[in-house]
Design a binder for this molecule. Sequence first.
Ligand code: UD1
Ligand code: CA
Length: 457
Amino acid sequence: MSLRAIVLAAGRGTRMKSERPKVLFEVAGRSLLAWVLDAVAEVGADEVIVVVGHGADEVRAALPEGVRAVTQQPQLGTGHAVMAALAAVGEVGGDTILVVPGDTPLLRPETLRALVEARADAPASLLTTEMPDPTGYGRVVRRGSRVVGIVEQRDATPEQRVIREVAVSTYAFDGAALAAALAALGTGNDQGEYYLTDAVAALAADGEVRAVPVADPAEVQGINSQDQLATVVAEVRRRLNAAWMAAGVEMVDPGRVYLDAGVAVAAGARLYPGVHLEGRTTVGAGAVVGPDVFAVDSIIGPGARVWYSVLRGAEVGEGAQVGPFASLRPGTRLEAGAKVGTFVETKATVVGRGSKVPHLSYMGDASIGEDSNIGAGTITCNYDGREKHRTVIGDRVFIGSDTMLVAPVTIGDEATTGAGSVITRDVSPGALAVERSRQREVPGYAARKAKKASRKE
Ligand code: UD1
Ligand code: CA
């Protein structure tokens, strides 16, 4: 006796008008399918099978370990999809088969658990809900209180079309009963498909099919269009932000804060409008982020200040400052109290404790020690056209404005470079390195120039 879950994800998703398989569209940084698989995982199924078809290779590649893909080719309907899954598992007598569509990201594990429990000794149970507008859904047909079947919109009579209780492609079945019902399934409907809903009607003729009503239709709302996707994205964002605020995160305007589901923000952090935190980004206590920050897979430490900037795979230490208008690329790490300021780009660079790169610089493949200052306009020339090279800057170094550091190059502790220097050789600790032509002066230049001009007239 085991619980097997079948997730239906082979359909075309025609109304998304996209090449991308529908179940791979994302809500808060996770695919629709990932949301569903997480809910299914929490129910504790012994086996999870995803039926793939349209865009099968892409969907397969997105599956977590331990989830099995079964291909349904061609796609001849929801009943046909379950047949394909059962054919792959073999004997299912005595098992409970949970069927879930791959496009309902708000479905909660508690609801699935209730569905499985409701089936108990019955041949089947199904989730139903009262849709404000049931158009397009299969209507639940009852005789008295008894469920007798599900009729699709296109096959429904005018009387059936006014029914607001709909089926949402989420069922628990007795394995043997399901297998028998599928074997008897025909295609006598408007689309000529194998309808899983017809299997429910067949089971209802022999036994009791138990309806499990879901109070909030949003929970079982499938995503079929970009418009529905945007609605769910907004709802998930509202919920996530509300949860973070309840946990003590300050949001100046929560309607304009965009957090992926995998993000973590500590209590006492303040988020300004236009903050997009994606992937596994974390924000520490007392950090102030935004306005207008895009950060993916980055760490923003406690008490850090980041505004008008882009961070990708970057780490900002405690009390460090970033921006405005900085771009921190992968491998950037700012130690405590460091600063990367206005119009600065960094890549694979460590900025040591208390060091500053305040203006108009590029630091790539570099390490900067502690309490060093990098003058405005300084650039690490890390690429020679073929390879990347490293720049190593020590502690308490003063790099003059507009220094070109031609890597590989090392600047010793407490060294200084003169403004405008092109540094091609290592600089010893404590030394001053200047590379520029001596300034000369031409006295009376302006007067001579004026005289020349007047002669021409
Ligand atoms: C189906 C149900 C309908 C229900 C509605 C919303 C049937 C006949 N109708 O209708 O009662 O109200 O969903 O839940 O079951 N799929 C496959 N293979 C296929 C066809 C579909 O895997 O051959 C998958 C889709 O990827 C999707 C799910 O099944 O995840 C539902 O398919 P969809 O085309 O949206 O079904 P509807 O016709 O809207
Ligand atoms: Ca120069």
